[in-house]
Design a binder for this molecule. Structure first.
Ligand code: ATR
Length: 276
């Protein structure tokens, strides 16, 4: 066996990361193997030590360990430090360095459906949890100036904005208020679990007030076409599904580990084949 990579999470059984990474190793002729490890929160510290001792070259970190892993790492890169969460670890000569490719992966994939630089769009983020934080901090860090956040619990949206050192011009809103003023936004980013399998008919809000040029992005990818994206399509809006974020966070992690760019198209096809 060549170099070992993997992902730690709980639950992890349905992760598609092994599929996309193992295919990329094969495609690029790199000797590598990527495995999904089920790790309970109580086992996190010993698992990180074990992966280090075994000389694992790199691994992804997913729910619920993205924040909890930080004390067990030797170093954080700038993005992981800003977001306060890690989704990718690189073993650099025995030192474990934490990165976060979620926000940049998301932006890279979203950019593909935009006609102008991302900084020229007014955005609404729906949700104020961990996923929203990664996206919001990365967008703000990359110079996006007008990003509002709406959430069922407004105080969490307020906190997110207050804690972000790059925030500028952001407003925290109730879902109802956001729905009323939806016509203000060029991009609407759905980051909550609303619409996730099995509650596939659920939507966090209605899109009828949206601009006809709006892009509607949903980070949920199971199902790929959420009820929100279906409504967006019916209204003739541009849609962006959650497969892109998953693929590009993985592609950026792969590049950190191997210094080679995998084919995002191959990765996307694998996910669509499995879920579509
Ligand atoms: P993640 O890491 O996936 O973002 P999280 O940190 O638990 O998960 O955040 C979940 C987000 O989904 C929150 O914004 C949450 O809203 P609250 O802060 O009000 O709890 C939102 N969410 C979850 N279920 C929801 C529902 N049924 N309706 C509206 N928002 C919901």
């Amino acid at each position: 066996m060549g170099n070992l990579y993997g992902v730690i999470g709980c639950p992890i059984k349905h992760s598609m990361s092994p599929d996309i990474h193992n295919d990329a190793f094969q495609d690029l002729g790199i000797e590598g193997y990527y495995h999904a490890f089920h790790v309970e929160p109580t086992q996190l510290a010993e698992t990180v030590d074990a992966l280090k001792v075994l000389g694992v070259k790199g691994f992804n970190v997913t729910i619920p360990h993205k924040v909890a892993i930080i004390p067990f790492l030797d170093e954080l890169d700038e993005t992981a430090r800003i977001v306060g969460a890690v989704n990718t670890v690189v073993n650099v000569n025995g030192r474990l360095v934490g990165h976060n490719t979620d926000g940049n992966g998301y932006i890279e994939s979203l950019t593909k459906v935009l006609k102008k630089p991302i900084q020229e769009h007014k955005m609404l983020i729906i949700g104020a949890g961990g996923a929203a934080r990664g996206i919001y901090y990365t967008l703000a860090y990359r110079g996006c100036q007008e990003i509002d956040i709406c959430n069922r619990t407004i105080s969490k949206a307020e906190e997110l904005i207050e804690q972000c050192q790059f925030a500028n011009n952001s407003q925290a809103l109730s879902i109802e208020a956001a729905q009323q003023q939806l016509g203000d936004y060029d991009i609407i980013i759905q980051t909550t679990a609303v619409g996730l399998h099995p509650n596939i008919e659920d939507k966090p809000l209605l899109l009828k007030n949206a601009k006809h040029t709006a892009v509607v992005s949903d980070i949920v990818y199971n199902p790929i076409k959420t009820a929100l994206l279906k409504e967006a399509e019916e209204l003739g809006l541009t849609t962006h599904d959650g497969v892109g974020m998953f693929v590009y966070q993985g592609a950026l992690a792969f590049e950190l580990w191997t210094k080679q760019k995998p084919s995002a198209e191959r990765m996307t096809a694998i996910v669509y084949n499995k879920l579509g």
